[in-house]
Design a binder for this molecule. Structure first.
Ligand SMILES: *[C@@H]1O[C@H](CO)[C@@H](O)[C@H](O)[C@H]1NC(C)=O
Length: 433
């Protein structure tokens, strides 16, 4: 009992330290941005105010993200890639046009601060995300609205100023043409990587509002894998089935931690931008992934905190190459499992967008990820670790990590989850057309 309480207390303390550390890094990026932005003629609040807003919205985004990961990873029975951050941005854009109890529900589920702080915070967050160097990251979010709904000009202007986005009128009764409009937008925003985000069948004249988000990420590893070291190795799909899958190998220094309390291990694979990394969470047991997902909020937190505290050590990593894509319609998940029912119901209030009664019909997201020797395409050089002086430095024994059964891979930017991937391999993770 005492031990348990002690662990809980120490976790809480380290979480604060961890968040502080993360925020400081965001602050650094932001300061550079402020200097840049001050030369431009956009409504810039005082730097201290925008810093605070960025911190608050980032913390809210993190909470929403963990919740969404937990629900979506459990719901999807197949290989999965999803971007909670991208969904969050699209929903916040809609929230900005909501009023009354609809707005309250958004605020609660998305953990949003006041309207001014939300707008300022997201403006900073999106600016930061659009300027991540050494990797390519495109977060594209847009609202598509039925042509019969006149959109208020203030709302359009807010989307442009704070979200670098827009709302476009489409004729949903011309479903093929409407689908083409949405798909063309998605292709343009993602280097042609993401197409067919919607099909004509998904659309009909009854629709009023569709939130689309598409995310593209391409990053090279800080330390690439040697293609010559890639070989077919066994992957335990479940306790009874083994498949041979192309598996990369690299021996190098990585941050690696074991979480015996969760029966899992985590490793951090940094990208060429030291603020972006992929964290692999591997359950100890072949069939341990479901239990891990049930408890994913605690697992992710403990994994991030412990990785932030640890030093690199020599690890022999075996990691399968994979490629997968998912198309999610998050509307039902959000309304029935995440407490965001009102924006999807007939009592929705989007007075800020239009005077006509309006509700969200769909939240569509499509994401893609490819992990290979060079890095990831998806839709950090590890920060210099400072050794505490009080501890005598002892090199850790080299260890071997074989990612050879179902696992999670999370792409983080300064601790914010950009993508979550679940790889099961009962079906070859592949790209449909
Ligand atoms: C981007 O790459 C350059 C050159 O390798 C490096 O000096 C710089 O630190 C990298 N930026 C980040 C944020 O990692």
């Amino acid at each position: 009992m005492f031990v348990r309480r002690f662990i809980l207390r120490s976790t809480r303390l380290t979480l604060e330290e961890y968040s502080m550390d993360k925020m400081r890094t965001l602050q650094k990026s932001l300061l550079a941005l402020c200097l840049f932005a001050s030369a431009m003629a956009s409504p810039t609040p005082k730097p201290t105010e925008s810093l605070e807003a960025l911190q608050i919205v980032s913390q809210g985004a993190q909470l929403f993200s963990t919740n969404m990961i937990k629900i979506v990873a459990k719901e999807q029975q197949d290989n999965l890639i999803a971007s909670p951050l991208s969904a969050n941005i699209a929903l916040t854009m809609a929230a900005n046009g909501a009023a009354g109890t609809t707005e309250e529900q958004f605020r609660h589920v998305l953990h949003l601060p006041s309207k001014t702080q939300t707008l300022t915070g997201f403006q900073q967050l999106i600016n930061t995300m659009n300027n991540v160097e050494n990797v390519t990251l495109n977060l594209a979010n847009k609202l598509f609205i039925g042509k019969d709904f006149p959109v208020k000009s203030q709302y359009k202007q807010d989307l442009q100023t704070y979200f670098h986005s827009d709302i476009e009128s489409v004729d949903f009764s011309q479903s093929a043409k409407a689908a083409d409009t949405i798909n063309t937008w998605s292709k343009e925003k993602t280097n042609n990587r993401i197409d067919n985000i919607v099909q004509a069948d998904d659309l009909d004249s009854s629709l009023a509002l569709v939130l689309a988000n598409a995310v593209y990420f391409k990053g090279n590893w800080a330390h690439q894998f040697d293609p010559k070291a890639t070989t077919d190795r066994p992957f335990h799909v479940d306790a009874n089935n083994v498949k041979q899958v192309p598996t990369m190998f690299r021996k190098g220094n990585y941050k690696y931690v074991e979480l015996p309390e969760h029966e899992a291990k985590c490793i951090e694979l940094p990208y060429a931008n030291k603020e972006v990394s992929m964290v692999i969470i591997l359950p100890d047991k072949i069939d341990g992934l479901a239990a891990l997902i049930d408890n994913i909020d605690a697992v992710m937190l403990d994994c991030n905190v412990r990785l932030a505290q640890t030093y690199e050590r020599e690890v022999r990593v075996y990691l399968p190459k994979f490629k997968t894509e998912s198309k999610l319609d998050l509307g039902n998940t959000l309304s029935t499992k995440m407490g965001l029912s009102e924006p999807f119901s007939n009592s929705a209030n989007f007075n800020g967008i239009s005077d006509l009664p309006l509700k969200i019909d769909k939240v569509v997201q499509k994401a893609f990820i490819e992990v290979n020797e060079e890095g990831s395409e998806a839709a950090a050089v590890t920060g210099a670790s400072v050794r505490p002086l009080s501890i005598v430095w002892k090199p850790l024994k080299p260890i071997t990590l074989e990612v050879d059964h179902p696992f999670l891979a999370i792409v983080n930017y300064n601790g914010l989850a950009l993508f979550i991937t679940k790889i099961l391999w009962h079906q070859q993770p592949k790209i449909s057309t």
